[in-house]
Design a protein around this ligand. Sequence first.
Ligand SMILES: Cc1cc2nc3c(=O)[nH]c(=O)nc-3n(C[C@H](O)[C@H](O)[C@H](O)COP(=O)(O)OP(=O)(O)OC[C@H]3O[C@@H](n4cnc5c(N)ncnc54)[C@H](O)[C@@H]3O)c2cc1C
Length: 248
Amino acid sequence: MLALGGASWPRLGSDGHWVEALTQRGVRIAPLRPANCGFTVAWPDTFSKRFAGQPLKNVELRFGAHAVRGEAMIDRDGIEGGAIYALASVLRDEIARAGQATLRVALRPDLDRRRLIERLSKPRGKQSFSTYLRKAAGLAPVAIALLRESALGAKIDLPRLPPDDLAARINDVAIALTGTASLDRAISTAGGVGFDELDDAFMLRRLPGVFACGEMLDWEAPTGGYLLQASLATGAAAGRGALRWLAR
Ligand SMILES: Cc1cc2nc3c(=O)[nH]c(=O)nc-3n(C[C@H](O)[C@H](O)[C@H](O)COP(=O)(O)OP(=O)(O)OC[C@H]3O[C@@H](n4cnc5c(N)ncnc54)[C@H](O)[C@@H]3O)c2cc1C
């Protein structure tokens, strides 16, 4: 019974070394790739130095037709966190295809657009633009800095934008993802032993009497219990399969 895990966080024991042993025996294995992982972003030094480790809370992340609400964490070389992990498979595949992916962030998705425009229409007085955004739009310093960085990249003078355009930008900040963070730091692993290599009892067709289950099989799922559920469920199915095989 092989239950050797994927290859994320290898120092915890699951290092994917089994791939070589099974490949040598002719078992088809889809390449192991990071899943539920972070992504690299070329943040300007000043931004990453100040905001690494800070969360973007209650945001909506969008990529193509996919949208996820939740939290994302800025880190020194990129971005990670629950909402990022939820989009990780589509972002990873786009980066593999196109070399990069553009993630779009709504910083105040819960605030009604009309209400946000109304709040941004109040006179700024002597407040700095950051103080004004913090008070009027309820944005945290990390969110304001992200908004400003994206406007800088697009050569947009934020303070001069009319309130409706500013509201639109607050809910459509682009982040260019330059790569997928390494498998070492991913929560889980995509790829693994192909299902066509297994029979109904989770026995390897090429190695009668050898069963496989858990994350070493070629599936991926979001975090939040689904990975453990799939590992335990395939483990139970493979265990029953082994008992039936022994009985025969
Ligand atoms: C930081 C982190 C957080 C996570 N959070 C969640 C979560 O919140 N919810 C969720 O559902 N899932 C979560 N997961 C994923 C979940 O832990 C895994 O999907 C699950 O443990 C996989 O189970 P498994 O039995 O297939 O493999 P593993 O739990 O990896 O077990 C494989 C075992 O095989 C051993 N092994 C590997 N190779 C060999 C070898 N050659 N010889 C002998 N022994 C070997 C390893 O040491 C290990 O003990 C998380 C994972 C990580 C890393």
